[in-house]
Ligand binder design. Structure first.
Ligand code: ZN
Length: 307
């Protein structure tokens, strides 16, 4: 069976991700991206779970919520029910009901292997542009743009093949972003970083200052001031990586115990631990508690340092 590019993109767009409430569902996308990178590197189609276990753990630790790495074997098993993935192992073991997720030890001990279904694999292997499209589709649907480069780097996927904006494929169903979000958020914060006060302009243009979503756009965080923060590029990046969060009652900055900073970076990061953020010019724009709590729960690398 030969699949067209559109067949492949649609099949992956239909994959069910666990989105109970507003939990981030990054397990399947990260596993698919990892498998995609293997395809690009011409690695064998099937790979034993034990052989990518460490890499999955590291990926989920870096780009997933606090406890994600502990359930890293779920997508390896459950992706098979989405029709894009195939499992290999003792037949009686593979025949257990899909809901009966095996544990990490079973997957390792029984040498369970997984890989893209043959038709998917063939289509992805022969077409670098399709791999790039699929990677962008997954990144756009599940991660903010600030992290796309980091994720691609971490999985070792090079998307040097240029891709056109493919709104025509019908695979991108996300709501469009409000183009004025950035402008409104920067104005609310008087064009300065709410952590460090950074307010550089190049000529008359604000530079290196970004409007961050507290609750990610990918998690249906709205494009409103109360869900926005003006952050310099550095603080935006580490905020999206969960290095710090903001307490909803006191608006104090709390850094993660995982953050290690030497002398030079200390003043730019840990120096702000416990400090109050720089507030927006009107109370109407204060960060919403529900959004800050989402960030603390789904992004922040717990535990926090004590205040
Ligand atoms: Zn800053």
């Amino acid at each position: 069976m030969t699949l067209s590019s559109q067949d492949v993109l649609k099949a992956f767009a239909r994959i069910r991700v666990f989105q109970r409430g507003e939990q981030r569902a990054v397990h399947k996308p990260l596993l698919i991206l990892l498998a995609l990178a293997r395809t690009a590197q011409d690695a064998p189609r099937m790979v034993a779970f034990a052989d990518i276990d460490a890499q999955l753990k590291a990926l989920l630790g870096e780009f997933g919520p606090s406890s994600a790495a502990g359930s890293r074997h779920y997508p390896f098993w459950h992706l098979a029910t989405d029709g894009v993935w195939q499992l290999d192992g003792p037949p009686d073991f593979l025949q257990r009901p899909p809901a009966a997720t095996p544990n990490l030890g079973e997957l390792r001990k029984l040498h369970i292997a997984g890989g893209f279904a043959p038709a998917m694999d063939a289509a992805l292997r022969r077409d670098p542009a399709l791999r790039a499209q699929l990677a962008h589709q997954l990144l756009d649907a599940h991660f903010p743009e600030t992290l796309h480069g980091d994720i691609l780097q971490a999985i070792g996927l090079d998307l040097s093949t240029p891709i056109a904006d493919d709104a025509a494929t019908g695979t991108r169903t996300m709501a469009r972003r409000d183009p004025r979000f950035r402008e409104r958020v920067l104005r609310a914060y008087e064009h300065r970083c709410c952590v460090c006060g950074f307010d550089l302009r190049i000529g008359s243009v604000t530079a290196g200052l970004e409007a961050a979503h507290i609750k990610w756009f990918q998690a249906k965080g709205p494009d409103i001031e109360a869900n926005g923060l003006a952050l310099c590029a550095l603080h935006h990046k580490v905020f999206d990586l969960g290095a710090f969060t903001i307490l909803p009652d006191s608006y104090s900055l709390v850094f993660s115990q995982h953050v290690v900073a030497g002398e030079a970076s200390r003043s730019m990061l840990l120096g702000f631990h416990g400090a109050g953020m720089i507030m927006p010019q009107s109370k109407d724009y204060y960060p919403g508690g529900e959004f800050l709590r989402w960030h603390e729960r789904e992004v922040f690398k717990r535990p926090g340092r004590s205040l």
